[in-house]
Design a protein around this ligand. Structure first.
Ligand SMILES: *[C@@H]1O[C@H](CO)[C@@H](O)[C@H](O)[C@H]1NC(C)=O
Ligand SMILES: *[C@@H]1O[C@H](CO)[C@@H](O)[C@H](O)[C@H]1NC(C)=O
Ligand SMILES: *[C@@H]1O[C@H](CO)[C@@H](O)[C@H](O)[C@H]1NC(C)=O
Ligand SMILES: *[C@@H]1O[C@H](CO)[C@@H](O)[C@H](O)[C@H]1NC(C)=O
Length: 414
């Protein structure tokens, strides 16, 4: 009975061992001097006798959360050779593996500061898929701290909160930082109890003149230490450059706004004038208060010559004038047509002008040019109008004789 139980347990153990792989690395961490060589031992046990094939993989990752594994090399059995991943120097990384004795050591040479990482040994044996198939260790390339770099965050002015930062660019293992303060007379003094030190950052709150002095940061790890000092001068608050810029900016913005408003008012006024001008036949057909284009009709213009001055004196010139008059009349009609053309042309220009106005920001300058151009045209136009008015007067005078004569003729017939 007892031997039966023993046999059962033995069978169980054998059965379990058959499918169990066990990979291990003796130490959790290996310290290696920079530039030195190291062998990271990795051993494995499998109950598979003379395994037909096996694969050993070494990979590494930075000792930080969320860091990704990078495969260094993959060793194949029974080939007894390995593939080194790209980006790894074959003179620095290799493997010393003996599958039959359960050995899978990683060989590292000329270690660098950047080689400080977590290293993982993974073993796959044909026919043995369970158990601990991988082991991990931390390789620490020992590097004493470099001289710390010191910086000030914030403005060292009365009442401000500032940070003094201290960082050694290289140090492995990670260094600890210590801050000390000396007053202006170079006497060691305790740090302000309000201040805090976290990592290499010394935070100083509500700084005063007394906060001024020497600050020394020392960076230390198990292979060395280094320190840097810093002279802090806390000054009275000066006129803040930022707020000065803000004030200047604000004033500039206000001025620009004012200019824009003035421009808009001016433009609107101008536009109203232009509209009046565009529609405003009454403004320049001054002989015709109703804006009627037929202002040369004798009946309507009768008012003009009913009280004419001295037409009789010129009656003897009538024959000649009458001929001229017809010429002039057609001439005037031509001019009027010409004028109407110009006006529609002008209206086109105006709508064009309005379109451009919507684009006003980009084309402001263009617009102003056009406007002065336009003003020139307008003054030209006014000149023309004056001439036209003169002609019109003369024309009316002439016509006056014409009517007088007809009237006289009719009287004569009667
Ligand atoms: C590291 O290994 C190389 C070659 O394998 C050797 O030349 C060198 O002296 C070794 N360095 C140390 C510190 O043992
Ligand atoms: C100082 O450091 C702390 C934490 O490190 C941070 O919250 C604070 O904003 C820093 N102050 C300045 C002035 O940079
Ligand atoms: C800063 O310090 C001054 C005098 O040292 C004190 O009057 C003031 O209340 C302090 N301000 C804060 C926010 O602690
Ligand atoms: C500060 O550092 C300089 C060199 O960077 C050194 O000469 C000086 O003695 C140091 N001062 C203190 C108080 O440690």
């Amino acid at each position: 009975m007892e031997s039966g139980v023993f046999t059962f347990l033995l069978l169980c153990t054998v059965w379990l061992n058959v499918e169990a792989l066990s990979v291990s690395i003796p130490q959790k961490s290996y310290d290696v001097p920079r530039g030195g060589n190291a062998t990271i031992p990795c051993t494995f046990k499998t109950t598979v006798q003379n395994p037909k094939s096996a694969v050993i993989t070494w990979s590494r990752r930075p000792n930080q959360p969320d860091a990704e594994d990078v495969v260094i090399l993959t060793y194949f059995y029974p080939d007894e050779s390995f593939d080194l991943s790209e980006s790894f120097d074959p003179t620095r990384f290799s493997i010393d593996a003996k599958v039959l004795t359960g050995q899978a050591n990683l060989l590292l040479k000329f270690l660098k500061f950047e080689d400080s990482m977590l290293y993982e040994c993974r073993v796959q044996v044909r026919g043995d898929t369970t158990g601990n198939t991988a082991a991990i260790t931390n390789v620490v390339v020992l590097v004493p701290p470099t001289k710390p770099i010191l910086n000030v965050q914030g403005k060292p002015e009365y009442g401000q909160n500032i940070n003094l930062t201290c960082v050694s660019e290289e140090a492995s293992p990670s260094p600890t930082y210590k801050w000390e303060s000396y007053d202006v007379l170079n006497n060691l003094r305790p740090l302000d109890p309000k201040s805090t030190v976290k990592g290499g950052i010394l935070s100083l709150f509500n700084v005063t003149k007394e906060t001024s002095g020497y600050y020394i940061c020392t960076s230390t790890n198990k292979v060395g230490s280094a320190s840097s000092n810093f002279t802090l001068s806390v000054l009275p608050p000066s006129l803040n450059i930022g707020s000065t810029a803000g004030i200047i900016g604000g004033v500039a913005a206000a001025l620009i706004l004012l200019v824009i408003i003035i421009c808009c008012c001016y433009c609107r006024k101008k536009k109203q004038q232009e509209e009046a001008y565009a529609m405003g036949a009454p403004e320049y057909t001054d002989k015709d208060p109703d804006g009627n284009d037929e202002n040369h009709h004798p009946q309507e213009s009768s008012v003009v010559y009913s009280d004419s001055k001295g037409p009789i004196t010129r009656r003897d010139q009538y024959e000649e004038k009458s001929e001229h008059n017809d010429d002039r009349r057609s001439d005037i009609n031509d001019r009027r047509r010409d004028y109407d053309d110009r006006r529609s042309d002008f209206d086109d220009r105006r709508s064009d002008f309005d379109d451009r106005r919507s684009d006003i920001n980009d084309r402001r300058r263009d617009y102003d040019d056009r406007r002065s151009d336009f003003d020139d045209q307008r003054s030209n136009y006014s000149d023309r109008r004056d001439k036209y008015s003169d002609r019109n007067e003369r024309y009316d005078d002439d016509r006056h004789y014409d009517d007088e004569r007809r009237y006289d003729d009719r009287r004569g017939q009667r």
